[in-house]
Design a protein around this ligand. Structure first.
Ligand code: UTP
Length: 406
């Protein structure tokens, strides 16, 4: 086996051993394990940090508008309910993020958004899910993705709160992979004398992490056919929504995406569209001025479908494309680092890059995707910040408008 020193020499990262002489035996072992356990291939992406898009021909995608869904609600509901009752639907809660904008070190889902009673983000999500499972008369297996950083705290919290009333045998936790952070010259940052700065590698790793943790075989054994992956922070979302599931079955697609109609042409949301005839999501800043403003004959925006991080994937198709690579995004971030004096510094400005894959990049691989419009005020209340846009304040207001007592 290659020694730690040789591995680091080969990839030009010997500075990781800067404090080797000061470490005790267990710290040395721990640092060696981190070096062995890290996927160094992400560093190759530094060679072309801006060269991700290389977009093909972009066109609008047609989807199901809320009105049409309403008209076909019974048909979709019946199909979705049947799939749920037969155990074909599961949910994947993406909770491996660090929630830096919310400014808490605790897992985001443990954040209390209540006013007169405690109401944790995780609890609200489970209450939303229980509405569905009560309506359908069957539980939906729930897979919760955590990271090395927040797993223990998350699992302990769920246990302490008795799984918020969901049956524990339907809940599994799994950890996503970690990636190293580097400074602007490409050198891996240390956050301790024996600790590499590692962070969760983005929400695109959920499926490969499920596989690595051995849970995909359980999913197959359970006869699950659909996986509904969703973000931890939208407290109004419908999870394993039978109408959404039914619509994807009826339309024969490999995946579906819940979307909201953009409030204005330049709204800062990813937009579902077609790229070279395949569904894809492009960032709001990738839309040209002309595309952002383009309207159809009814006067609606052509690039209208904003994604809200709630996707339904057909397992069969995921398995088929399991080996396909999705892009690694190189993102500027504030990364705590060890100063020359050996003290941990929390920088005020960005000082390095992190490497992330994104779930939205998986949509293209699925080849067909149904945009499924939901009513924003009823299903979209993301908590990204403490105050202002997409914050605890705005989410509380929306929850109350939907009759939820805080
Ligand atoms: P965000 O992009 O909002 O990131 O994640 P974040 O880490 O939660 O928050 P900020 O940007 O630091 O403030 C969208 C969803 O993807 C999950 C998050 O938990 C959230 O549900 N996610 C993100 C992961 O599961 N893993 C990751 O590595 C990143």
């Amino acid at each position: 086996m290659e020694t730690t020193e040789n591995t680091l020499k080969r990839i030009g990262q010997e500075q990781i051993l800067r404090y080797w002489g000061e470490l005790n035996e267990s710290e040395k072992k721990s640092l060696e394990a981190q070096v062995r356990g890290t996927d160094w291939s992400v560093l190759e992406n530094l060679a072309h940090p801006e060269n991700l898009s290389g977009k093909g021909k972009i066109e609008p995608i047609s989807g199901l508008r809320a009105k049409e869904i309403e008209a076909r609600r019974e048909e979709f509901f019946a199909l979705g309910k049947e799939a749920i009752k037969k155990g074909k639907v599961s949910a994947v809660l993406l909770a491996g993020g660090q929630g830096t904008r919310l400014g808490t070190d605790a897992p985001k889902g443990t954040f209390d958004i209540g006013i007169t009673r405690p109401l944790y983000i995780f609890q609200q999500q489970i209450e939303n899910l229980l509405e569905v499972t009560n309506e359908c008369g069957a539980y939906v297996p729930l897979y919760v993705m955590t990271s090395e950083k927040n797993n223990d705290e998350t699992v302990a919290f769920w246990k302490e709160k008795n799984y918020f009333g969901y049956p524990a045998q339907y809940v599994r936790f799994f950890k996503q992979d970690m990636a190293p952070a580097v400074d602007f010259s490409g050198k891996v940052i240390l956050e301790g004398k024996a600790n590499i700065a590692l962070s969760p590698n983005g929400n695109g790793g959920w499926y490969s992490s499920l596989a690595r943790c051995g849970l995909l075989s359980e999913i197959r054994a359970r006869g699950i056919e659909w996986l509904n992956a969703f973000a931890v922070d939208n407290v109004l979302q419908r999870i394993a929504d039978p109408v959404f599931v039914g619509a994807c079955i009826a339309e024969g697609v490999n995946c579906g995406s819940k979307v909201v109609c953009k409030a204005e042409p330049h709204e800062k949301v990813g937009v579902l569209c077609l790229e070279d005839g395949k569904p894809n999501i492009i960032e709001y800043y990738e839309l040209t001025e002309e595309m952002a403003n383009a309207r159809d004959e009814k006067g609606d925006l052509q690039y209208i479908y904003g994604v809200i991080l709630n996707y339904l994937f057909r397992l069969e198709k995921l398995d088929e494309v399991a080996d396909a690579k999705i892009p690694v995004h190189v993102v500027k971030k504030k990364v705590p680092y060890l100063s020359e004096a050996g003290e941990l510094v929390k920088p005020q400005t960005e000082n390095g890059y992190k490497f992330e894959t994104l779930i939205l990049d998986m949509i293209k691989l699925m080849e067909t995707c149904l945009p499924f419009e939901v009513v924003r005020e009823r299903e979209f209340a993301p908590i990204k910040n403490r105050t202002g846009v997409d914050s605890v304040e705005t989410a509380r207001e929306l929850l109350q408008k939907n009759g939820i007592v805080l």
